[in-house]
Structures are given as structure tokens and as C-alpha cells.
Design a protein around this ligand. Structure first.
Ligand SMILES: *Cc1c(COP(=O)(O)O)cnc(C)c1O
Length: 364
């Protein structure tokens, strides 16, 4: 079977939207070409729409999703600041690690894997933190957390606290309303529901976070004060060079966002919901047990327990060799006991759900 036909249903990268792939093959523009700058401006506008924000500082950072996490903490933490971080999977753990490296005093709030973030537990962890951070869609467990309730509750109690939300696997897959939910910094990645190759991290910053930022982060490359002058222009209206924008990736993200907004955000969410629901019902019909807590399951990333007496690794390899379908292993302690199946972006379709169900039924 040809590699061109490979169906990527892992936790990411997922198969990109055809529009995103086509844009990668277009003639390359210079990073200060007026046509490229138009595409960049429009990409930032489109990101405001998908994040549901009016934040002026909304832009794609150069790097994968983790660079957004890194930039979020690098630009907000000053040594000794308290950061309360909800941990209900691998990416919450990564936030703890990153925030600590920038000098935060981290208060981790541990949850069982497979469970959503508990707002009361997070609020009870510290009376007056500078930062409260959580993952919206935990890709390691397939769980969705209620960031809207968390964000509003944090600001009701402490208007100056900064809420950081990891939206890597939620952006353009399930609804996000950054402004309404009181999110101060949200970041994402291109290779999940946005349906682009990995390489950019869509990022947005509120005015509150801007006022309370670290004015001189210990990283030059991720200093938002410097990047912003290039992406949004200086106060005087000019653009100053910071680093060469990854022009081909930005053109690809621009095309995927165009496709998503043309289809309509609500239609895109509904497509993810329908595909995920079909997959999860079908897996249960096969006698399999889902891992994520009921009522908190992501449509775009399904976690399912590997049945007893089944070699989960062997089945994954057979799916790849015989059907050209890639699904993911579990994460952390669940590496061999759970499979992760993504239906993200271009793959969030009933035909993809039926394809993986049929292949799994054969192999099991
Ligand atoms: C994938 C992912 C990341 C990291 O993104 P990379 O592109 O691998 O750097 C962070 N958080 C979540 C929730 C993710 O799913």
C-alpha cells in the first residue's frame, strides 16, 4: 500500500485538510513580501475567530504546540510567582515542568487520569495565585475539561490572576470562547484539529496578561514583546524583523483556517461530534471499554482499553501494515493498556470512524 493512502488516526499529526497540503506546494513568498504580510494578517484574524477573541495579540508562534506552552509561562512567570496547575494527564504534567523551569512556585493539583479538571479543587489549592493553568482537551486521556467554569471562577475570586489554557487538541474541534471564558493565554498546535502539518502554535494573549507579563523573559526567541512588533507592527506602524516567519507553514495554516471558516465553525464542531460519537458507540458495540470518564469524552480523541489477552502493540502494527491506518498507543502508565484514536480535522468524518471500526473488528 502506498504511503500516500496512509490514514493518520493517532493523537497527532492527523491527516491534514487537502487545502493545507496544497498550500505547502504553492510558490514560496519572501517573509516581508506584501502578499505574505497580507496572508499573515488574515491568518491572525482567522485565529481570532476560532479562538473567539478580540485580543490584538493573536498570532501563530514558530514551533509545535509545546512552544505555545513555553511562551505562555516564559512571558508571565517571574521567579517566585505562584502557578496553580491542574494535572489530569501528560500535558498537565508538562505544564508543571515548564512553569518550574521559568522559576514558578508550582502548586500541582493532581487528578486521576481519565477524569476532568475539578474546579473546586483547583480553587482550593491556593488563595491568591498569579497563574492558574489547565488543559482543555487532554490528549493523553481523551478528556475534556470545563475551562469556562474554571476561568470565570478564578476571576470572580481574583481579578488579576492569569488563566492559561492549553487548547492544542481543542481548537477547531470543540467550541472555545477565550474572551467569554476569561482565558488570558490560550495556545494550540497545527497538527491536531486544525488539520495542518506540525510546526506552528496559534497563540492569543489578553490585555490583562499583557499588563502583568514578565517584561524581560529569559528567552529572546519567545519574547512576545519582540515578536509582536513583527507580527502586528510597531506603534509607529512599521514591521521590525525578529525572526524569519515560516512562510510555507503560515500559508498552509491560512488555507486550513479558510476551509474551516468556509465550512462554518458550528458545522466543523458538529462533524467532530458525530464522528466521535459513532466511533465510541461502535467500539462499545465491539465489546470494548472506553477509558475517559463518561460525560467528559472528547469527540476528537477516543481512548479505549486494550482488552485482556490482546496484544495492543501487535494490533496497532497490524492496522498499519494491513490497512495503512495509524492509531496511537496509550500515554504514560497506560502505554500498553490503552489505545488512542484521533478523528481530528479532515479525519473527523463518519467514513473514517467506520473504516477503523471495520478494521479493528477484523483484527480482534
Ligand atoms: C500535542 C499536545 C501538546 C504538544 O504539542 P507538540 O506539537 O507535540 O509540541 C501540548 N498539549 C496538548 C494537550 C497536546 O495534545
Amino acid at each position: 500500500m502506498s504511503l500516500i493512502d496512509r490514514v493518520l488516526l493517532g493523537p497527532g499529526p492527523s491527516s491534514p485538510y487537502p487545502e493545507a497540503t496544497a498550500a505547502l506546494a504553492a510558490p514560496l513568498l519572501g517573509h516581508l513580501d506584501p502578499e505574505f504580510l497580507r496572508i499573515l494578517d488574515e491568518t491572525c484574524d482567522r485565529l481570532r475567530t476560532v479562538f473567539q477573541t478580540a485580543n490584538r495579540r493573536t498570532l501563530p508562534l514558530s514551533g509545535t504546540g509545546s512552544i505555545g506552552m513555553e511562551a505562555a509561562f516564559a512571558n508571565t512567570v517571574q521567579p517566585g510567582d505562584t502557578a496553580v496547575i491542574a494535572v489530569n494527564g501528560l500535558f498537565g504534567q508538562r505544564m508543571v515542568e515548564v512553569a518550574s523551569r521559568y522559576g514558578a512556585t508550582v502548586v500541582p493539583v493532581e487528578h486521576d487520569w481519565g477524569q476532568p479538571v475539578d474546579t473546586d479543587k483547583v480553587l482550593d489549592a491556593h488563595p491568591n495565585p498569579k497563574i492558574v493553568a489547565a488543559v482543555h482537551a487532554e490528549t493523553s486521556t481523551g478528556v475534556r475539561s470545563d475551562i469556562g467554569t474554571l476561568g470565570k471562577a478564578v476571576h470572580d475570586r481574583n481579578p488579576d490572576a492569569l488563566v492559561i489554557a492549553d487548547c492544542v487538541t481543542s481548537l477547531a474541534g470543540i467550541p472555545i470562547a477565550a474572551d467569554e471564558w476569561g482565558i488570558d493565554i490560550a495556545y494550540s498546535g497545527t497538527q491536531k484539529c486544525l488539520g495542518v502539518a506540525p510546526g506552528l502554535s496559534p497563540f492569543t494573549v489578553s490585555e490583562r496578561a499583557w499588563e502583568h507579563r514578565n517584561p524581560k523573559p529569559p528567552t529572546w526567541y519567545l519574547d512576545l514583546g519582540l515578536i509582536g512588533d513583527y507580527v502586528s507592527g510597531t506603534a509607529a506602524g512599521g514591521r521590525t524583523y525578529h525572526h524569519t516567519a515560516p512562510v510555507a507553514m503560515i500559508a498552509s495554516l491560512h488555507a486550513a483556517l479558510g476551509r474551516i471558516l468556509e465550512e462554518g465553525l458550528d458545522a466543523v464542531f458538529e462533524r467532530h461530534r458525530a464522528a466521535g460519537e459513532r466511533l465510541q458507540a461502535g467500539l462499545q458495540d465491539l465489546g470494548l471499554e472506553l477509558f475517559a470518564a463518561e460525560g467528559h469524552r472528547l469527540p476528537e480523541l477516543t481512548t479505549v482499553k486494550v482488552p485482556d489477552n490482546v496484544d495492543g502493540t501487535k494490533i496497532r502494527h497490524q492496522l498499519l501494515a494491513d490497512y495503512n491506518i495509524e492509531i496511537g498507543a496509550g500515554a504514560g502508565a497506560f502505554a500498553t493498556s490503552v489505545w488512542r484514536i484521533g478523528l481530528m480535522g479532515h479525519n473527523a468524518r463518519l467514513d473514517r470512524a467506520e473504516l477503523v471500526l471495520a478494521a479493528l473488528a477484523r483484527l480482534l
